[in-house]
Structures are given as C-alpha cells and as structure tokens.
Design a protein around this ligand. Sequence first.
Ligand code: ADP
Length: 406
Amino acid sequence: MTILVLNAGSSSLKYQLFAFKADGTHEVLSKGGVERIGLAGSFVAHKGRGGAEIRIDGDIAGHTDALKKVFAALCDKDCGVISGVGDISAFGHRILHGGEDFSSSVILTEENLEKCAKNIDLGPLHMPANLACVEACKKLKSDIPNVGVFDTAFHSTMSKTAYMYAVPYSYYTDYKIRRYGFHGTSHRYVSGQAADYLKKAGCKTSRIVTCHLGNGSSVAAVKDGKAADTSMGLTPLEGLVMGTRSGDIDPAVIEFISRKTGESISEILTVLNKKSGVLGISGVSSDFRDISAAAAAGNERAELALSVFAYHVKKYIGSYAAVLNGLDAVVFTGGVGENSADMRARITKDLDGIGIRLDEAANKSIARGVLSEISKAGEAVRILVIPTDEELVIAKETYELVGGCA
Ligand code: ADP
C-alpha cells in the first residue's frame, strides 16, 4: 500500500511517500517540498529514487498546481518511484485544528470536511491551506481516500479543568474559546515510545512529560498514554518561548504596546508570532544553532535568549510533575530537543530535587536517530531523547484507517 503524506502550509507543501508491506513494515520511497506557492519563484525540491535530488521551477499558483508538480517529480522518468496517481492507495493529511469535533484521525468524508470547514476560524493561517490540499487531492483522483490527522486530537483527553480559560463562560459556549494544544502527533508518538521503554524497564507507572522543542515548541503531560495537559492553547502562541513566538505573556502587553506605537491588535499579534521568542530576545536569529554560536562568541542577548528558553521549559516540567503527581520520564524531541546537548543540560540543571539528574557524558554522546537514555543511573526519573516522526505517524494512521494492505 502506497500512502502520500501531505503537510500543507499557506505557501508550502511538504510530502513523503510511504510504501507499507503486508506485514505492516514500511519504507519511505521519496520526499520533498513545494515552496513559495502563489508567489514569484515557486519550486519543488524533491528527493527521488536512490536519493537523487531534483528541482522543478515554474509558476505554482495554488495547491492543485503544487500537487501536479509533486506528481511530476514522483513519476519522473529518471528518478521516479511511481508511474501515476493511480499507484497511490490513500492520502494522509496533517490538519492543524480538529476543534472539539475530532479526538482521533478520520477519513475525510464530505460530512467530516464540513465539520473541518467550521473550524477554519480556529486556525485561520493553516486550515484554509490544509483543506485546499484535500480538495486538490480529490480533484486529482476522486476515488482515493483522504485521511485527516489532527494536531489537536491527542490532547482531546485533557480535562475541562485543564483546558478552560478563566474568562466568561460564554466565550467557551459561544466561540469555542478554550485550550486545545498542538504537536499532538509528535507528543503521542514519543510518549508511546517512552511508555514502552518504561514498561520494559519494569516501571509500574507511566507519568511522562514530553518536550517537543523545535522552531515551534510545546510540552505535554501524559499519564498512562493519555494527555493530561499541554502548553499550547487556543493557538500555538501560548506556552513555551519559541523560535519566533513569545509564548505566555500578560495579554495587557498588547494594549500597552498599541498605545505606545499605534500598531493594531493584528499587527502586534504578528510581532508576537513572528518576531518574538528567542529571535526577539537575541536579535540574532530564530535558529538555535545561530544563537548558540553567538552566545559562545560572547553575545549577551543570545545567551539570555537561551537561558530564558531553558527556564520556561524547566518551569513547565515542574508544573507537570505536579499535574501528574510525580514523574517517571522526561522526553526530549524536535530539532532542538534531539540535537542540542547544551539545551538539554540547561533545562535539566538543578532539577535533582525532583529526581531529574542528567548523565553529562551520555547526554553528549547519544547516537542519532534512536531512543537514548541520558539520566544518571538510579535516579527516579528517566531522561530520554526520542526522535519524533510526525509523517510516519500520519502514514500509519492512514494505513490503519483505510484498512491495512491493498
Ligand atoms: P520545526 O518546528 O520547524 O519542525 P525543528 O523541529 O526541525 O523545527 O527544529 C528546528 C530547530 O532545531 C532550529 O532552530 C535548529 O537550529 C535546531 N537545531 C537543529 N540541530 C541543532 C543542533 N545540533 N544544535 C542546536 N539546535 C539545533
């Protein structure tokens, strides 16, 4: 069974083609991305058979055009891996917001697509692109099933106590204002891997804090496989300090800045989403490698950005230890969580009071791409580094929903 996983942004489309065998094992046949959809200079960067890289330039007006170009690459005469759209068994889509309608992945029937359309205003930047991509797939070949995997779904087990904002109740009933959480596929995947690891290690309980640290970052508290809390809210702006997002701030800042600068609410929200976080503090970059290099060279604001970032992750770990009534594991994943030994060390420093102590040598020498334990032997809480794979989770969900092998 061949499954094309699609992750559509407003001007981009990332894809991965998976082949599943009858025994459930899989292989990635090809992957790539379309950039600058609807803008000047659009192109497809594609990795085909044998890792061959090709680039297709040309006007790409929308997601239908983008998908046609993706298929041109997938069927390329030299490095193609399929002969046509008919070789695809199902499309698996990353959908940002499931609202309160979707607590698990679904086949995107007309009825489900109507429900998705009602949630567009909960994710106005991503949802139109996600749904345009589904429409493009349907247009291309209407009898191939489309599966929606929602970023919010894993967090749907949060209790009302955890997800309610303390605002007038009518905001919730009239406008669905509440905390939803994101990065759900990643939190689910790595918490599942961690739970298996703990079980094998003889641990009787499964209280896990997963730290997905990348450009966008979030933390989740997971008990016995179910999300109890997470740091992102109605939108991905809430929670941790991120690459360019502020994370938690006093909302009064918005009116205060508006009075000072004359900027509108929407302009200030753009600043909070795109010009804040470690970029805003450091003034150097949103990329942790650039900031680390600047900090090492003595840039004080870069150093401050790293320490503020680490401090916020640490605070969430502590508060989720309280939510879960103790911890069995802390998991690091995402580009920063998987690759930055320095950031893992900063976050876990002085946490031995709650049973978290890093093995410094193990932290610095982990193998890439596999689960690694980096806690000091004998400590109550395991510290794990687990590579996430959101595309694989989407492919597996799709595989299961469309009925396994075909
Ligand atoms: P996204 O949220 O866009 O999926 P990723 O999870 O890919 O982001 O993470 C991207 C971040 O990971 C970038 O800020 C990058 O600097 C950081 N990163 C990748 N490798 C390293 C490394 N070796 N050391 C520090 N940061 C790293």
